[in-house]
Design a protein around this ligand. Sequence first.
Ligand SMILES: C[S@@+](CC[C@H](N)C(=O)[O-])C[C@H]1O[C@@H](n2cnc3c(N)ncnc32)[C@H](O)[C@@H]1O
Length: 344
Amino acid sequence: MSNALIVIAIVAEIRRQFLSRFMYSPLVFLIIQQTDASYRPPRSPTSAMRRCAGHADRSPRVAAVTRPAGQSAKEACPVRARPKEYGDPMTDEQDWADTHARWGEDHTELYDLVFRSRGKNYETEADDITRLIQSRFPAAASLADVACGTGAHLARFANSFDHIEGVDIAPAMLGVASRRLPGVSLQLDDMRTFDLGRKFDSVVCLGNAIACLESRADMEVAIQNLASHLVPGGVLVVEPGWFPDMFIDGYVGGHLVRDNGKVVSRITHSVRQGDHARVEIKFVVGESTGLREWTDYFLMNLFTREEYVSAFERADCSVELLDIPWTLGSAPHNAPGLFVAVRK
Ligand SMILES: C[S@@+](CC[C@H](N)C(=O)[O-])C[C@H]1O[C@@H](n2cnc3c(N)ncnc32)[C@H](O)[C@@H]1O
């Protein structure tokens, strides 16, 4: 072997050792991205969580509880500033779980305001879902909300269930939930892999979250994991994403909210890319201090009805697809139905 080849081999080994030790360090990630355009962050499902300071373990409990008093969620997760390379998830092949773990970083504080002003009524939804659960399991006393987001449904479920818990992959969303639900156990985790260490009478996964998974295999693993948290006879309610035949390619949506001197505009453009939908969401926020704007990307898988039904059946559940009784103001609700499954 020539000297040049030996030097290259040594440098490659040093780089490999360095990456395996420090690859979750945001500083290292940024430095490497500047010097090596081909470098991508680790693609494990929980890589975004590990990169978030204070969440070194795979299943850390509550972001807000683990960070020091007085420290904001943003301060607790210093890698939140999105590097340029994280721009468009469909062109830079960013890991889907990373995209969703970063969901809401820029707009968690606006999330409920925007959805409520579009007509989403978390209380009505939670009450209707409670009735569905109780009609199949009258004594249901415990509920886990997986992909609980900002915890608005959980706050209402607390009126009807003695024990509630939440799980979400996005630290920013869970930060809002933990402020809303003091004392409630919330876990930063992935719906495919979480383990709450107990069974529940009911488990829900609402707001298209199940469609945030990249592949049919991921969706099947998630439904299996959701169902495995149920007691026999327990009820699983899943709000699916759009079915392929219902998705409108090129759809443009828009919304403007005024709130206490603040104006928020949210414009969306949805396109179909193979089996997936890519939704681009442009926010412009005007406040007395000035204007700020940014673009978020939301990835959604267009699973078919049959793919969902087969996933529930493989998870040992009987399942039915019900119409959703709600609307978003005068517009149709954002999902095509509700799967209600009962564990055998
Ligand atoms: C559209 S929001 C819905 C939140 C809430 N369930 C609701 O109905 O308002 C989707 C949520 O799914 C979460 N999510 C996406 N992928 C996830 C995953 N693999 N595991 C857990 N949560 C996930 C996101 O962080 C986000 O909070």
